[in-house]
Design a protein around this ligand. Structure first.
Ligand code: IPM
Ligand code: MG
Length: 353
């Protein structure tokens, strides 16, 4: 298969983990006889610095023409503490989501047995937790009408029936492939937009008799994720709730550096780690490349390249078992591996597999 990949490395640790993701993808493609080409493009603060736009037209064109985007991270502290900044790196990510119509964000929350001790939750609570959060990604407050004045500001949480239906379809498809349990997370006791979500979901549920649908308020869901994360199979929710709940999801597994995600919709799909740009770690060779590498597994799986995806996952498991780990998940035996060393070890394992 020919795969034309746009590589958007972005800011902070982005370029370092991106290089490892690309190297792993190359190794797998070589093994299976796929022809992959990689086209780098600017995004985030790097793009603002270079051309004054966090998602330049050139980058959009490269993404549009690509089969998939391998994205890393955006964000730079020089913008964070400046509420008057005219343009921000994060706008690049939002523009990409909107322009590529990436309405479905798939965020799997999975534990790794060998890292359970790193979870802030007790072993018996978190062991076996394995769910997917399907986050709506191009609607809601992120994109609704806003006003930003000195004394008054608002954001609008608007959703249309069509937007709700199409994301619920994605969620049901996931539930059907998994343990057939869908939890619709909303705030229907307070928000009109949530009541529309609930109404549409209640109308659709009978069309999926093999799936058990339940409803949960978002405050309750955030509690349940801590108290009984194994309750969930597939969870679907709006943009803002999904943003918050997936950060919570990522930390209960023990390391945020391990979770990949996929954003899909109307145009080129994007595969990216769920973590941010960790500017403090930039250039230090300490960032965990596994979330990026697992994004490559999701990329293969999206194209139905099941064996390729499985090989990446096996290689990641092998690196964890061999304690070839970046500092934040290192067990205290003194061995030290950086971003590059972990990536190189995985590439080597794939070559020999
Ligand atoms: C995420 C991030 C983004 C979001 C930021 C960087 C704009 O937190 O992908 O979860 O809020 O969607
Ligand atoms: Mg977030």
């Amino acid at each position: 298969m020919k795969l034309n990949i746009a590589v958007l490395a972005g800011d902070g640790i982005g370029p370092e983990i991106s290089a490892q993701g690309v190297a792993v993808m190359q190794a797998v493609c070589q093994k299976f006889g796929h022809e992959a080409t990689f086209t780098p493009a600017l995004v985030g603060a790097a793009a603002i610095d270079a051309v004054g736009d966090p998602f330049p037209e050139d980058t959009y064109e490269i993404c549009k023409k690509a089969d998939a985007v391998l994205f890393s991270s955006v964000g730079d502290p020089k913008f964070d503490n400046n509420p008057n900044a005219k343009v921000r790196p994060e706008q690049g990510l939002l523009a990409m989501r909107k322009k590529l119509g990436l309405f479905a964000n798939i965020r799997p929350v999975q534990t790794f047995d060998c890292l359970i001790h790193k979870s802030p939750l007790k072993d018996e609570l978190v062991r076996g937790a394995d769910f997917v959060c399907i986050r709506e990604l191009t609607g809601g407050m992120y994109f609704g009408e806003k006003k930003e004045g000195d004394d008054y500001a608002y954001d609008t949480n608007a959703y249309s029936r069509e937007e709700v239906e199409r994301i619920l379809k994605v969620a049901y498809a996931y539930a059907q492939r998994r343990r057939k349990h869908l939890t619709v997370v909303d705030k229907a006791n307070v928000l009109a937009s949530s009541r529309l979500w609930r109404k549409v979901a209640q109308e659709m549920a009978p069309k999926y008799p093999d799936v058990t649908t339940d409803f949960m308020y978002v405050d309750n869901a955030s509690m349940r994720m801590i108290q009984e994360p194994t309750f969930f199979d597939v969870m679907v929710t709006e943009n803002t709730f999904g943003d918050i709940l997936t950060d919570e999801g990522s930390c209960i597994t023990g390391s945020m550096g391990l979770l990949p995600s996929a954003s899909t919709g109307e145009s080129t799909p994007v595969f990216e780690p769920i973590h941010g740009s960790w500017p403090q770690a930039k250039g230090l060779n300490i960032a965990n490349p596994l979330a990026q590498i697992l994004s490559v597994a999701m990329l293969f799986e999206y194209f139905n390249l099941v064996k390729e995806g499985a090989l990446v996952r096996k290689a990641v498991d092998a690196s964890l078992d061999a304690n070839v780990r970046t500092p934040e998940i290192q067990v205290a035996d003194g061995s030290k591996y950086g971003t590059k060393e972990v990536g190189a070890w995985i590439v080597d394992w794939i070559n020999k597999a």
